[in-house]
Design a protein around this ligand. Structure first.
Ligand SMILES: Nc1ncnc2c1ncn2[C@@H]1O[C@H](COP(=O)(O)OP(=O)(O)OP(=O)(O)O)[C@@H](O)[C@H]1O
Length: 423
C-alpha cells in the first residue's frame, strides 16, 4: 500500500465524487452502517418525490479497510423504457392484425350478386387461370385478388402487386421485367429483378391494367404467351411461372373497339371475369360492412364503439357512395377518430359531421392547390394548358389526333400549342 496516500472518510469520499454523482441521470443515495443517510444527489430528491415514476434500484456495500462503511443505492427511472415497451407491444399487436392473411371471410356482404362473385372467385382460385376483376374504385378488387391468392395452391408463395397507372411507362417496364446491369444510365449495379421474377411461383396482381400503353400491352402479351421474361438489356429469356390477376375500372370492351386495348391481350386476361357490384347496388350490405369496419378500426384508433344507432345505417344508406367501401371506411374512420375514447355509441350526428368534414377538406385542398398557381393570369393559364395537354398526350400515348378530341380542340390548334409550349 502507498504510505503517502491520504485515507478519506466515507463522507469525504462522497464530497470528492459529488460532481460525478450529480452528473448522472440516476438518483443516488448512501446510508451509513447505522442507517443514517449520509449522501443524496439532487435527482434523488426530485425522482423519489415524483409519485408515478417507475423505478428500479441497485445497491452496493462500500468497504474501507475491510469494514463496511456505507450502502449506496442507485435508482434508475425506467418509466420511459416502459412507455416505449408498451408502445411496441401495441404496434406489434396492430402489425399482427395487418399481417393476417386476407381471406374470403374478410369480404363482407350478403347481396346476391356479391355472393355469386365470391363463389366464382373461390372456383377460380383453385385453377391456374388468369382472372380479370372489374369494378369501380374502392369496391374491393384488391381484397378479392388477395383472397383468391390465399385460397389458391400458391398461397405459400408471394403475392406481388403493382398499380400500372401510377408509374410512367419506362419505369413500369423495368419494374415488371427487371434489367441487366448497365442496361441504361442510372441502372443500379447488379441489375434489378422485375416483379414477374419476384412473383415466380406466386401471384402477380396487375392493378389498373386498362391504363398500360400499347407498347407495354405487346410486352405483356408476349410474356403471357411465352411464359418467359426478357429483362431490359438482356438477350437471355428467363422462364417464369406466375399466376396473373388483373383489375380495371376502364371500359375495356369500348377500348377494344377504339383500338386502345389489344384484343389478343384482352382474351388472354379475361379467362375468369369477375365483376364486383358497386356499394350503391347493394345498400342492404351497408349495415354489416359498417359493423365490420367499426370493429376493425376500434382497436386501431383505440376507440370503444359497441353500438351503432339505427339512424346511422339509415343515414348511410341514403348516400350513393361513389368511392364505394373505401369511402365508407374513410367516413367511419373519421367519425371514430373524432369520438371520445370511452364513447360506446356512434350516432348519426357523428357520421354527419365526418361526412361534412370530408367536403370541407376537399374544398380546402383544391383551394390550396390554386394558391400555388402564379399570380399573373397569363402564366396561370399557360400552366393549366400545359398540364391538360401533357395529361391528354400521356393518356393517348402521344397520339395528337386522339388527344385533340379529348381536349375538345382542333388538332391544328393542338400542334400550335405544343410548339408554343415546347412540347
Ligand atoms: N366487401 C368488403 N368487405 C369489407 N371490406 C371491404 C369490402 N370491399 C372493400 N373493402 C375495403 O375497402 C377498401 C378498398 O378496397 P380495395 O382496395 O380492395 O378496392 P379496389 O377496388 O382495389 O380500389 P381501387 O380501384 O381504388 O384500387 C379496403 O380497405 C378493403 O378492405
Amino acid at each position: 500500500m502507498d504510505k503517502h496516500k491520504k485515507s478519506y472518510t466515507i463522507t469525504e469520499m462522497f464530497e470528492i465524487a459529488e460532481p460525478i454523482l450529480k452528473a448522472t441521470s440516476d438518483a443516488i443515495c448512501a446510508i451509513d452502517e447505522k442507517g443514517n443517510r449520509i449522501y443524496a444527489n439532487a435527482l434523488y430528491e426530485t425522482m423519489l418525490k415524483r409519485g408515478n415514476t417507475e423505478l428500479v434500484a441497485d445497491s452496493k456495500d462500500i468497504y474501507i479497510a475491510g469494514n463496511k462503511k456505507a450502502t449506496v443505492v442507485v435508482y434508475h427511472d425506467i418509466s420511459e423504457v416502459n412507455r416505449l415497451r408498451r408502445e411496441l407491444d401495441k404496434l406489434n399487436q396492430k402489425l399482427r392484425k395487418v399481417e393476417t392473411k386476407i381471406t374470403f371471410r374478410d369480404i363482407i356482404g350478403k347481396n346476391k350478386a356479391l355472393q355469386k362473385v365470391i363463389s366464382t372467385a373461390k372456383v377460380a382460385a383453385g385453377t391456374p387461370a388468369t382472372i380479370m376483376i372489374r369494378g369501380e374504385s374502392g369496391t374491393g378488387k384488391e381484397i378479392f385478388a388477395n383472397a383468391i391468392h390465399n385460397a389458391s395452391p400458391r398461397r405459400n408463395e408471394k403475392f406481388v402487386k403493382i398499380n400500372c397507372s401510377s408509374i410512367p411507362e419506362e419505369l413500369l417496364e423495368s419494374e415488371l421485367f427487371g434489367y441487366k446491369e448497365g442496361a441504361f444510365t442510372g441502372a443500379q449495379r447488379g441489375g434489378k429483378r422485375g416483379l414477374f421474377y419476384e412473383a415466380n411461383h406466386g401471384t402477380l396482381f396487375l392493378d389498373e391494367i386498362g391504363d398500360v400503353s400499347a407498347r407495354m400491352q405487346v410486352k405483356l402479351l408476349r410474356t403471357l404467351q411465352e411464359k418467359e421474361i426478357m429483362p431490359i438489356g438482356s438477350t437471355e429469356a428467363i422462364s417464369i411461372n406466375v399466376r396473373i390477376i388483373c383489375a380495371t375500372n376502364k371500359p375495356l370492351e369500348a377500348m377494344l373497339e377504339s383500338g386502345e386495348f389489344r384484343e389478343d391481350l384482352y382474351y388472354r386476361l379475361n379467362v375468369f371475369p369477375l365483376a364486383i357490384p358497386p356499394l350503391r347496388e347493394r345498400k342492404e350490405d351497408i349495415a354489416d360492412v359498417s359493423r365490420y369496419i367499426i370493429n376493425k378500426y376500434n382497436d386501431f384508433y383505440e376507440r370503444n364503439v359497441q353500438n351503432i344507432d339505427a339512424n346511422v345505417i339509415k343515414e348511410l344508406q341514403k348516400r350513393d357512395w361513389p368511392g364505394n367501401v373505401r369511402e365508407l371506411e374513410n367516413v367511419l374512420s373519421r367519425a371514430l377518430i373524432n369520438l371520445d375514447p370511452d364513447e360506446v355509441n356512434l350516432t348519426s350526428e357523428d357520421v354527419r359531421a365526418a361526412i361534412g368534414e370530408k367536403t370541407e377538406l376537399k374544398k380546402q385542398t383544391i383551394e390550396d392547390k390554386l394558391d400555388d398557381f402564379p399570380l399573373q393570369i397569363n402564366e396561370a393559364i399557360k400552366m393549366t394548358e400545359l398540364h391538360c395537354i401533357k395529361r391528354a398526350l400521356n393518356r393517348c400515348d402521344g397520339d395528337k389526333n386522339r388527344a385533340a378530341v379529348d381536349l375538345g380542340i382542333p388538332v391544328r390548334t393542338l400542334y400550335y400549342k405544343c410548339k408554343k409550349l415546347g412540347l
